[in-house]
Write a protein that binds this ligand. Sequence first.
Ligand SMILES: *Cc1c(COP(=O)(O)O)cnc(C)c1O
Length: 391
Amino acid sequence: MITPVLPTYNRAPIAFVKGEGSWLTAEDGSRYLDLGAGIAVNALGHANPALVAALTEQAGKLWHVSNLYRIPEQENLAEMLVEKTFADTVFFTNSGTEAAELAIKMARKYHYDRDQADRIEIIAFEGAFHGRSTGAIAAAGSEKMVKGFGPLMPGFRQLKWGDHDAIRAAITNKTCAVIIEPVQGEGGIRVVPDQCLKGLRDLCDETGTLLIFDEVQCGMGRTGKLFAHEWAGVYPDIMMVAKGIGGGFPLGAVLATEAAASGMVAGTHGSTYGGNPLGCAVGAAVMQIVSDEAFLDAVSQKAAQFRQGLEGLVASHPSVFEAVRGQGLILGLKCKASNVDVVKAAYAEHLLTVPAADNVLRLLPALNIAQADIAEALARLDRTAARIEAA
Ligand SMILES: *Cc1c(COP(=O)(O)O)cnc(C)c1O
């Protein structure tokens, strides 16, 4: 018999009732160390006092008014994002998937308005993840996500990871945009080398193709810069943001240059909830903390400590772990054992991790995780590996 909750998820049989920082308390009162952060969402940990204060203060004033009116909290957050990024303008959504939808629409409209209505093709990469709408699954194109849901939205093609010549050959006078995650999350924590992002930018400039970065998972301070692409010094025309920006409150955004966004005039797009006062008040509190240089430096320091420990685990458990991947606090352990088995063994050590494709164990702790908690996480990962070795 079907469950009251549509059974589309493979859930672990654990339920949490309370969180504090990087720790979660389960129904039975036991505590778990959280290296998943709700899949990179709880960027500032659970029940962060600054975010609780921002949420409750706004909750007592005003939750929702609709985009029929000016929303000062939305204007404030947009100004913060514009000030700190390449972008000139921002549209707020409730999720990463909705950000993907707008990014696609915006890119197509850009060419349409320039009398190039047939420039509709969007190039994506194998292993990519952009969300679960019909458009986003068509973009990523993986068999697992699209099977049974056709016909798919036309106008997407996927290229092999890291094949430069293929990219050059694939861009034609029908190409609208290239969409890429600077660090692939679901695909297995694969970092796009700086040189590749630079090459892609040059190719897009040469051909008038728009470059879309999906920083839904790798953005908002996770790599130790506010956005991952800053490491390469390569800037997109359009960028999708979500996950960490709300710190657990559903919030997403599309950031764009004035030129890329020029077609999105009144009436071309909208969202009932997108950018409501509650979400934007929380988003501003997150931005305030995460965009601070000292905070970002601390992320890099913690990441260095964590990474060094992980390299040690690879060396001491070669039959379980193969290599460390990632940048900042979006880290992956490429596994020799099954990553799903490792996730399960970690539950027994009361440690929460997330599997990713390519047999990778994903580690996405809160960006403000304490150094002592990193040490504890490494000890628990060590015992997790010992469990696998003993099995
Ligand atoms: C999670 C994710 C999305 C989809 O975001 P949702 O909020 O789940 O709709 C899109 N792109 C990337 C890179 C993601 O990690």
